[in-house]
Design a protein around this ligand. Structure first.
Ligand code: GLC
Length: 707
């Protein structure tokens, strides 16, 4: 390969946006690009590939990439919703469907899964990830990689995954996107790197380096994470692509003196391919000629890229035929989309069994702009989703009950609408209705990249609308669609039930109709803690205990004084220190009871394991799924440890009255953490263990680990 051809492989362009120009064709012919993202349409991609394979000197195929974050044309719930299903198997199936549709359209590579741990709901991209926990995030990351890549990367329904944003992007100060991150290496390794490690172990073909300044070194120029961790410790042999312009953004960070310096630092750190910015194309040749850049690093990057193209079978894969319409939105795809939307929804409140509603209801009033908004229902990061294919709740409820029994009034033009002009019609729609279903929350434009919020309340005049409807005296239930945890105490106090649906995707309507009227029972569990108010952020379950942990729900001004510090503990004067809803929380239409926690062993020797079991009984009147969760706490260690850590979960289906034993196996390796020497160690000592319905409750036992 000539140096120009090598640099071409290391360069990804977005310039084939809407059509393939003669100039682009000439550059492909000259081997000046190795990849395109967001490249035109299937026809243009096929033509570009033909030129690369047949008219360029070396016939190296192009790699087409796309943001297929939660579905291609069939749109699944946003990843924060998918994670709330706690069903990695179903999430894997959804990712496979996404890969099948993407590959059918001649695209080889998705910039997903996004596995950034997020502890701050102000951050707009919390919508794209799996929430706050590394164990659950790891399970979901691996499931998505398996779903995208299938059993063989060169399979007809496989696409390359791209694990992002490597690393620490979700720790942006203030939840403000692209902001600075300071993450001590122990926290980096024990929390933020874990889902990336799981994705690498699942065989992820590529990684994407992030925008953020990580402890003073931007993630796209960070040798510790890109070389020491990813290559030397994890032995990753795929390739790393930068995020959009993140190479040249090192100039703005104040880490690179100019484009040449940025290119030099990115390649030396281990960024193999540059996305969108062209600092590699502009500078690599001179950097080598002036002796600043070792040509071996260029060869290493090109090898990494070609290795993935070979594994994808691109050298042999004929240019795909134009996809048949049946390749998209197929019945099996929609069925999985509906099931995942149903399993993702989390029941947060259900006073007096207000839900499910009865199908014999004479009339139901549906109010809220999100009840009939296809684009909002799909959520953020939807490049190829088809709004026309979306089944909204209004359509689904009318299909279920008949149009005559479903009255609909938006009440507001959008979730941000501050006008009360639509309130009268909304109140009128409730006339004669037995129940009112409110669809509240955020439009899709209020979350996602560059869409952080300083407040977490319901936008617009939604609370005022609920206040007006509460005056009717009708029973109100709320469905909330959002891209993040929100705070809604004024609404919660006025409604009998709250079902949190995230942005549920193409089949969100039928899924919600089935949940609202009892054809399905909610089984989702939160993967991000819900704060009581934005002032409480960050609030997450796997926190440290501190030296002055508050006792149960302390509130108010402590009676002590600096001379007599009674009740001087880590809390607020004006809001309870516990979250509104904890990690792992979710109600059902039945009730579950956990009893009889048992451990298989007394002391557990280092290297050994123990089995933890408990009985879970469905003590209610209808069958349903429950996600039983296993947590541990290491009581004393050389580095302080969280008060709880998720170490296992199981979804069990129980008939009314049925009791099941749930069993988990814990090895001493499962208890490991990074010590001050950055060694992954398990230390002897006392541990607590819980099996329960969420991170705040459960049956507790204890065990000892001995040398
Ligand atoms: C964006 C995002 C990244 C995405 C890439 C390509 O800026 O940060 O997640 O994959 O650019 O669209």
């Amino acid at each position: 390969m000539t140096l120009d051809e090598k640099i071409g492989q290391m360069s990804q362009s977005t310039s084939m946006g809407h059509s393939i120009s003669e100039a682009i064709k000439a550059e492909i012919r000259a081997g000046r690009w190795g990849s395109f993202l967001n490249a035109g349409n299937a026809g243009d991609r096929a033509e570009a590939q033909r030129i690369a394979l047949k008219e360029s000197r070396l016939g190296i195929p192009l790699l087409f990439g796309r943001d297929v974050i939660h579905g291609y044309q069939t749109v699944f719930p946003i990843p924060l919703g998918q994670a709330a299903s706690w069903d990695p198997g179903l999430v894997e199936q959804a990712a496979h469907i996404a890969a099948r549709e993407t590959a059918a359209d001649g695209i080889h590579w998705t910039f997903a899964p996004m596995v950034d741990i997020a502890r701050d709901p102000r951050w707009g991209r919390i919508a794209e990830g799996m929430g706050e926990d590394p164990y659950l995030g790891s399970a979901m990351a691996a499931a998505m990689v398996r779903g995208f890549q299938g059993k063989a990367l060169d399979g007809p329904e496989s696409i390359a995954a791209c694990v992002k944003h490597y690393v620490g992007y979700g720790a942006a100060e203030g939840g403000r996107d692209y902001n600075t991150t300071w993450i001590p290496e122990i926290l980096l390794r024990d929390v933020y790197l874990r889902p990336f490690h799981a994705a690498r172990d699942a065989g992820a073909a590529t990684f994407m380096s992030a925008f953020n300044d990580l402890n003073g070194v931007p993630a796209s120029g960070n040798k510790l994470t890109l070389r020491q961790v990813l290559r030397e410790e994890w032995k990753f042999d795929g390739f790393v692509v930068s995020d959009w312009d993140s190479v040249i953004e090192m100039i703005s960070h104040g880490y690179a003196a100019g484009r040449a310096d940025a290119a030099l630092k990115a390649i030396q750190a281990g960024v193999d391919m540059e996305m969108v910015s062209t600092s590699y194309r502009e500078n690599v040749k001179s950097l080598i000629e002036t002796g600043k850049l070792d040509a071996k690093l260029v060869d290493e990057s090109v090898r990494n890229i070609l290795r993935v193209k070979l594994r994808l079978g691109l050298f042999d894969k004929p240019v795909p035929a134009a996809p048949a319409a049946s390749a998209f939105l197929a019945p099996d795809a929609l069925a999985i989309a509906e099931r995942l939307a149903a399993e993702s929804a989390v029941l947060l409140k259900n006073d007096g069994g207000a839900l499910p509603l009865s199908k014999s209801i004479s009339k139901v009033a549906v109010v809220g702009p999100l009840a009939d908004s296809a684009v909002d229902q799909m959520g953020c990061w939807v490049a190829d989703g088809k709004a026309a294919a979306v089944r909204t709740p209004v359509a689904a409820l009318r299909s279920l009950l008949g149009a005559a029994r479903v009255a609909y009034a938006p009440g507001l033009k959008s979730s941000r609408d501050t006008s009360t002009a639509g309130f009268a019609a909304a109140v009128e729609a409730t006339r004669g209705a037995d129940a009112v279903v409110l669809f509240l929350g955020e439009e899709q434009v209020l979350s996602g990249e560059a869409h952080s919020r300083a407040f977490l309340g319901l936008p617009g005049a939604q609370e005022a609308l609920v206040g007006e409807l509460a005056k009717t005296g009708k029973p109100l239930v709320a469905v909330i669609m959002a891209g993040r945890p929100l705070t809604f105490p004024a609404v919660s106090s006025k409604v009998k039930a709250v079902l949190y649906a995230w942005h549920p995707g193409t089949m969100g309507g039928p899924a919600l109709a089935s949940l609202l009227f009892g054809d399905a029972a909610p089984s989702g569990k939160l993967t991000a803690s819900f704060p009581r108010t934005v002032g409480q952020v960050p609030v997450y379950y796997n926190h440290m205990n501190t030296g002055r942990p508050p006792s149960a729900s302390e509130l108010g001004i402590p009676m002590g004084t600096p001379l007599d510090p009674k009740d001087f503990t880590s809390k607020y004067l004006d809001v309870d220190f516990t979250p509104e809803y904890p990690f792992g929380f979710g109600l059902s239409y039945t009730t579950f009871e956990y009893t009889n926690l048992r451990l298989s062993a007394g002391p557990v020797h280092m290297g050994g394991h123990l089995t933890v079991t408990a009985d879970v009984a469905n003590t209610g009147s209808r069958e349903a799924d429950e996600v039983a969760q296993l947590y541990i706490r290491d009581l004393v260690a050389s580095v302080t440890q969280p008060v709880r850590e998720l170490k296992g979960f199981q979804r069990v289906h129980l008939k009314a009255g049925e009791k099941r034993v749930v069993e988990f196996t814990l090895s001493t390796a499962d208890l490991a953490f990074h010590n001050r020497q950055m060694q992954l160690v398990t230390e002897p000592g006392e541990f607590h263990v819980w099996i329960g319905p969420d991170s705040a409750r459960g049956q507790r036992g204890s065990f000892r680990v001995t040398d």
